[in-house]
Every structure is written in C-alpha cells, then in structure tokens.
Design a protein around this ligand. Structure first.
Ligand code: FAD
Ligand code: NAI
Length: 466
C-alpha cells in the first residue's frame, strides 16, 4: 500500500476548505491545507462576507445618525462627519481577528498550513511552493473569482472601475457610483456607499433585482431601494465604459436593444457574478474536466470522477455561499473518514444583508406553483409589534406550503433581521414542518419572528394581527 505524507490534503482555505481540514483533523486524519494567501479564510474572510458586513454595519450606524433616526428616540447629535480611514481600519481589524482565528484553529487541531498555491502532479500528489506533497485524499476547495465584463478593465488600485475587492477598499466616498449588476454584491456594496454619501445608480440587465429570489421579494426590493434613493436602471445593459482620468463614461442601452445613452460616474462597480476558480490547479494532469459552467462536478458524497479527489464549495455546482461551502466541508471530511456526510441542497438559505435584510429558503412561489398546488400566507412587518416599535415598517414574511399536505415548501422574509429569522424557517423545513406546525409553535413576544408565525397562520387565512 502506498505511503502518503497526509491522509487528507485540502486545496484552498476558504469556508469550504478550512472547515473540511479542521473536521478531517478532528476525525483523526493527518491533514494539511494549502493556500497561497497571506491569511487563511479565503474569499469570505478576506475580501467577501466579513469585510462587506463590517462596512454594512458601520455605514448603517452612520446613516442612522445622519438621517434622523436618532431624533425619533429623542437623541440629539451634533454635526456628523465620516472618518472613512477609521471605518476601513475597523473593517481590517475584524478581518484580521477572524483570519487569525482560523490560524489558531489550525494549530489547535494540528492542521498543517502549506503556504502556497497547489498544482496537481497526479491524483495523489501536488506541488506547493516548490515542494511535492502527497496525500491519500485531495479535496479541491479553490472557490471562485469575479466574472469579468468583456471590454471593461477593472483596476482596483486606481479605484475608478472596481470589482467587489476594490469596492470594499475605496479610500474616498464616490460622488456617483454606478453599479453594474443588481445582485447581492451590487446591492450590499451599493448600500454601503449610498449610506456614506454617494449617489448610486444600479444598472441591471434583467427586469428585476436579485435573480433567484421570490418574485414578490424582488418587486419589493426594487421599491425599497428606490425609496432609499438608489437610481435603478432595470432591463438595461452596459455596452462599454470609457475612462478618462478619474471619470468614467458608461454607454448603456435597453437589454433588448434600442437607443444608447451615457452615464457619467467617478466610480464603477462591476458585480455581474462570480465563476469557479481552477486556474493553475493542473486539472489536466489528473484528467479532470470542468463542466460548461466551469464547475468541478461531484457526486452526492463530493467525490469527483477521479478516485481520491473530492471537491466542495464555490468550485462545484450550487449557490456560491459560505455556509453551503462550510456544510460541504464538514460532509466531505466525514465521508473521507468513512462516516456519512450529507448536505441538503434543497434547503440552503440565502440572505442579502442590506437594510432591511432579504432572506429566503426553499422554493420561490413561482417554482412551487410549477410543481403543484400551493397555499400562500403573507404577513406584513408593518403589523408586527416589534418592527413597528423599532420604526422598521418595510417588508413581509411569506410562507408557501403544499396545498394537500401543508408541508412548507418555501419561506421568504424582508425584515431588519430577516437573516436571523430564516434560520428558524430552515430548521422547521429540515424537520418537514407544515405551516400548521409553525403556526402552533409558541413564539416569544415581542419579536420579529412572530411575523413568521402569523404568516404561517395566514396560510389557512387566520392571522390574528391583520
Ligand atoms: P473561497 O472562499 O473562494 O476560498 C478559496 C481559496 O482557495 C482562496 O483563499 C484561494 O486563495 C485558494 N486557492 C485557489 N486556488 C488555489 C490553489 N491552486 N492552491 C491553493 N489555494 C488555492 N457568502 C455568504 O454566504 N454570505 C455573505 O455574506 C457573503 N458575502 C460575500 C461578499 C462578497 C464581496 C463576496 C465576493 C462573496 C461573498 N460571499 C458570501 C460568498 C462567499 O465568500 C463564498 O461563497 C465562499 O467564500 C466560498 O468558499 P470556498 O471555500 O468555496 O472558496
Ligand atoms: P449575482 O449573480 O448575485 O448578481 C449579478 C447580477 O448582475 C444579476 O442580477 C445579473 O442579472 C446581472 N448582470 C449580469 N450581467 C450583466 C450585465 N452585463 N449588465 C448588467 N447586469 C448584469 O452576482 P454578484 O452580485 O456579483 O455576487 C456573486 C456571488 O457572490 C453571489 O451569487 C453570491 O453567491 C455571492 N455573494 C453572497 C452574498 C450574501 O450571501 N449575502 C453577498 C455577496 C456575494
């Protein structure tokens, strides 16, 4: 039997990879994880989830003080100014403490960090930083990178045309930011810079924002973001961007074709999606091909078609989300160890961390209708006592259930704490709950979560507070 340096070698230390490595080590497997970044944590901790949430939190506080919310509570403030350098510094502090935390966890669990980019030599060996390393099992967790827009050159250092990484690191508040793509990144980072004082225009190819979310949620999102002052140009495509000094001129036209017009901006954020990242990995050396979408395909257990090679996270099909990658990381390690690691891909919640938050799990109303007869219950946040008390009137909760069995098929929330509320819905659905199960579960009062209970009651037409 062949001898290997490690039982498990994970390539990539993002939420998929670092979690797989830690779980494998916890299960007694000799484990290493390769990543060439200066710090662990991948896209999510370094240039994704964490820095974006730090800026969303800071900018929300700034907006609250500036837009008069404090006045509602009798809190008087003086002139409010922004120290963007300090706000960026606290973002970096959060990133540093969390990426350092992963390094600590690697040491604690005896995971070896191989600092460098790995390239396959064969199915059981890679080269990392000039060294050959062998492993019985290799997990590809190389994540994703920004999808480029043809003809538009991103230069994050110059700060005029930026991607999400540059959009998180701006050292000035743009006067006019044009966001190309009304998806999750566009709306989160667009919200950050709008709150900090930029005029923000979102150019979206489709006729609604947030593709993949429930139709009602998408319509409401457009209303809410418009009300907040974003200029939305839906059904519009960017055909070119010219940069002259610090200014950009975008040429746009209706998505279906038509008369072109121009928009001037001093910052353009390109946020039209992400694509799997396998550059330099040497998949050809092991005969592993990616599919038409550039993804590494796996079976239900996260095995690729090459014996001993597994894959998880953004690089495989499914939503590109940190928690999906993490759950797959745990499952793949358990499968390698001979246990049964499972991820229920039908119940991966999605959250947009704007204000209010937009969250959903399971089927949209449109998709559920295609599968059969459904019942829908909806409850507005305006009628929820806690949201009303907190002056958070926007949003609703919507519960979609099977007309015959009443089993919940999907839940959609727009609320200040929708991201937290959706965990309860996901858990209920994981346990096969009916809308009646949720309606008859006692919810603490006064909480936003009561809106979920009332939406479940509304499925049979009997909410109390509406
Ligand atoms: P990644 O996190 O991309 O990690 C892959 C790692 O592999 C990288 O560190 C890379 O350096 C390394 N790597 C690549 N090739 C090699 C190689 N050959 N050798 C060694 N290492 C290699 N998701 C959420 O769920 N919630 C959020 O709030 C959220 N916010 C986001 C905000 C932004 C701005 C962005 C860009 C993304 C956000 N995401 C969010 C998505 C989330 O970051 C990804 O889904 C998640 O990071 C995927 O994890 P992963 O482990 O598959 O890959
Ligand atoms: P996205 O897929 O969410 O949105 C991209 C948007 O760009 C879509 O609405 C699409 O129709 C539009 N688009 C595409 N081409 C266009 C063009 N030429 N002109 C105008 N619009 C165009 O992708 P995004 O926002 O870049 O985010 C990438 C991924 O990162 C997300 O899919 C998500 O998985 C992850 N992410 C998750 C977050 C979260 O969970 N809160 C936060 C940020 C990112």
């Amino acid at each position: 039997m062949a001898e290997y340096d490690y039982d498990v070698l994970v390539i990539g230390a993002g939420p998929g990879g670092y979690v797989a490595a830690i779980r494998a080590a916890q299960l007694g497997l000799k484990t290493a994880c390769a990543d060439g970044r200066e710090t662990l944590g991948g896209t999510c901790l370094n240039v994704g989830c964490i820095p974006s949430k730090a800026l969303l939190h800071g900018s929300e506080k700034f907006d609250e003080v500036r837009n008069g919310t404090f006045d509602l509570y009798g809190i008087k403030t003086g002139p409010v100014t922004l120290d963007l350098t300090a706000m960026q510094a606290q973002k970096l502090d959060s990133v540093k403490s969390l990426t350092g935390g992963i390094e600590f966890l690697f040491k604690k669990n005896k995971v070896t960090w191989l600092k460098g980019y790995a390239a396959f030599e064969d199915a059981h060996s890679v080269t990392v930083a000039g060294q050959k390393v062998t492993a019985r099992n290799i997990v590809i967790a190389t994540g994703s990178s920004v999808t480029p827009l043809p003809g538009v050159t991103v230069d994050n250092d110059a700060g005029v045309i930026v991607d999400s990484t540059g959009g998180l690191a701006l050292n000035r508040v743009p006067e006019h930011m044009v966001v190309i793509g009304g998806g999750v990144i566009g709306l989160e980072l667009g919200s950050v810079w709008r709150r900090l004082g930029a005029k923000v225009t979102v150019v979206e190819f489709l006729d609604q924002l947030l593709p993949g979310m429930d139709g009602d949620v998408r319509k409401e999102a457009a209303k809410i973001f418009k009300k907040q002052g974003m200029d939305l140009k839906l059904s519009t495509k960017v055909t070119g961007v010219a940069v002259d000094g610090g200014k950009a001129t975008l040429t746009v036209e209706p998505s279906k074709g038509g008369e072109a017009s121009t928009i001037e901006a001093d910052c353009v954020l390109v946020a039209i999606g992400r694509r799997p990242y396998v550059d330099g990995l040497g998949l050809d050396k092991i005969g592993l091909e990616v599919n038409a979408r550039g993804q590494v395909e796996t079976d239900h257990d996260f095995r690729t078609k090459i014996d001993g090679v597994w894959a998880v996270g953004d690089v495989i099909p499914g939503p590109m989300l940190a928690h999906k990658a993490e759950d797959e990381g745990i499952a793949v390690a358990e499968n390698i160890a001979g246990l049964t690691g499972i991820v229920n891909h039908d119940l991966i919640p999605g959250v947009v961390y704007t204000f209010p938050e937009f969250a959903g799990v399971g089927l949209t109303e449109e998709a559920a209708k295609e599968k059969g007869e459904i019942k829908v219950g909806k409850f507005p946040m305006l009628a929820n006592s806690r949201a009303k008390t907190n002056h958070e009137p926007d949003g609703f909760v919507k519960v979609i259930s099977d007309a015959k069995t009443d089993r919940v098929l999907g839940v959609w929330c727009i609320a200040s704490v929708a991201g937290t509320m959706i965990a309860q819905a996901t858990q209920a659905m994981e346990f096969g709950a009916t809308s009646e199960d949720i309606a008859y579960t006692c919810h603490a009062h006064p909480t936003h979560a009561e809106a979920l209970k009332e939406a479940a009651m509304a499925v049979t037409g009997k909410p109390i507070h509406m």
